[in-house]
Design a binder for this molecule. Structure first.
Ligand SMILES: [Mn+2]
Length: 198
């Protein structure tokens, strides 16, 4: 079974192309025009064992905001498309990932009901190079809405902003790897007593 997606999303503000294989080996080619975000998306692919290629051009000269939000949207659409009707998936995933001084957790339910809880006040107003860390939340909001998932993101503690952000994206990869994984005991049944996760 092929669990892949190709997304080509074009607006007046951004143009994003994503190729995704949920059952990959963590190989990535990522070029968003924002090297820090490239580094973060590479963590999702690596630790989610996804093959992921992302190309984005956007109105970065205005602000990184549109491109970051649209990347969240496009990645959500890609994962959603690759999952199809979600038959046989684990559905839930949780990961706590340390990075030196920082500890972050991501818990996901691929429920079909978008809801984001984002508790990372440490990032507020922070920057890594030219990347505004308030945009991490915008990325996750776009992802949540278009993956139609329940996502809980928390930075438990940390000192270094780069480490806290990176721990979040690594945890996202691990949690998504688990949630999108196939459970052979389900033999293709959708894991909901309603019979649907659409
Ligand atoms: Mn790093």
């Amino acid at each position: 079974m092929n669990r892949t997606a190709v997304i080509d999303r074009k607006t007046t503000e951004t143009h994003i192309t994503i190729r995704l294989d949920l059952d990959g080996r963590g190989e990535q080619t990522i070029a968003t025009g924002m090297p820090f975000l490239d580094h973060m998306l590479a963590q999702v692919a690596r630790h989610g064992h996804f093959d992921l290629s992302v190309e984005a051009t956007g109105d970065l000269a205005v602000d990184f905001h549109h491109t970051v939000e649209d990347l969240g949207i496009a990645l959500g659409e890609a994962v959603s498309q690759a999952l199809g009707d979600k038959a046989g998936i684990v559905r839930y995933g949780a990961a706590r990932v340390p990075m030196d001084d920082a500890l972050a957790s991501v818990v996901v339910d691929l429920s079909g009901r978008p809801f984001l809880v984002f508790q990372a006040p440490q990032l507020k107003g922070g920057r890594v190079g030219d990347f505004d860390l308030d945009l991490v939340r915008e990325f996750f909001q776009g992802l949540t809405n278009h993956l139609r998932a329940n996502l809980h993101v928390q930075v438990e503690y940390g000192q270094n902003l780069h480490h806290m952000a990176e721990a979040i994206f690594k945890a996202l990869g691990r949690a998504l790897d688990r949630a999108t994984g196939l459970d052979p005991r389900l033999s293709g049944v959708v894991p909901s007593t309603k019979g649907s996760l659409a």
